[in-house]
Design a protein around this ligand. Structure first.
Ligand code: PA5
Ligand code: MN
Length: 191
């Protein structure tokens, strides 16, 4: 059996820090090509290469049936009308689903079925879960005015595939309209 310290962990729901776990920080410069409004992106970059999100990952075991999990924090903010968000990815092992648990703040998860291109927006809020099925690209978006934090739990063998999203981006974007987040087709707002 795994040693007890691998069976237990603690995390801070306000900062998305998992004690003893590695973390990665993503700044605006890491999200080149993600936001639809390039002019607004360049203007924001000229002011500050701001922190957009962080993600801590814990991998207690790597066997066939094991699970890994991450804790994310997305800062509030926008580039043009588009909210701060993660890069988004598919899982290398396409069948892998993921369970998100909202911890603090408010946002949405944008999902896109890889084969049909169908898009879905699911609210992500404290004490609520979002189930992201396999074969689904997913991007997490902070639509609130405070940091959004969450946990994501997935099969150890899921893996992260950023390449498909980096090439074509998501078909839809989530923008602020009249103070509210709405999902629209990227091509309807492209400049
Ligand atoms: O496993 C997940 O899906 C999350 O923990 C994400 O990795 C986290 O939201 C960061 O997003 P991305 O991996 O797209 O940069
Ligand atoms: Mn994932």
């Amino acid at each position: 059996m795994l040693e007890i310290k691998k069976l237990l962990s603690s995390f801070d729901p306000a900062t998305a820090v998992i004690s003893g776990a590695d973390a990665a920080w993503r700044r605006l410069s890491d999200l080149f090509g993600c936001f639809s409004d390039l002019t607004a992106y360049k203007a924001a970059m000229a002011l500050d290469d701001a922190l957009v999100y962080s993600v801590a990952s814990s991998a207690p075991a790597d066997g066939e049936g094991d699970m890994h999990y991450g804790a994310g924090l997305i800062m509030p903010g926008r580039i043009g009308r588009e909210y701060f968000m993660t890069k988004g990815h598919l899982h290398v092992w396409r069948e892998a689903a993921e369970l998100y648990i909202g911890l603090s703040g408010g946002g949405v998860i944008l999902m896109e079925d890889e084969s049909t291109g169908e898009s879905r927006l699911a609210p992500l809020q404290p004490n609520h879960t979002v189930y992201v099925p396999g074969h689904t690209a997913h991007r997490t978006i902070n639509t609130g005015s405070t940091p959004l934090t969450y946990l994501g739990i997935y099969p150890a063998k899921a893996g992260l595939d950023y390449s498909a999203i980096a090439k074509k981006n998501f078909r839809c974007v989530v923008i602020e309209r009249n103070g509210k987040p709405v999902m629209v087709e990227r091509r309807s707002i492209s400049k």
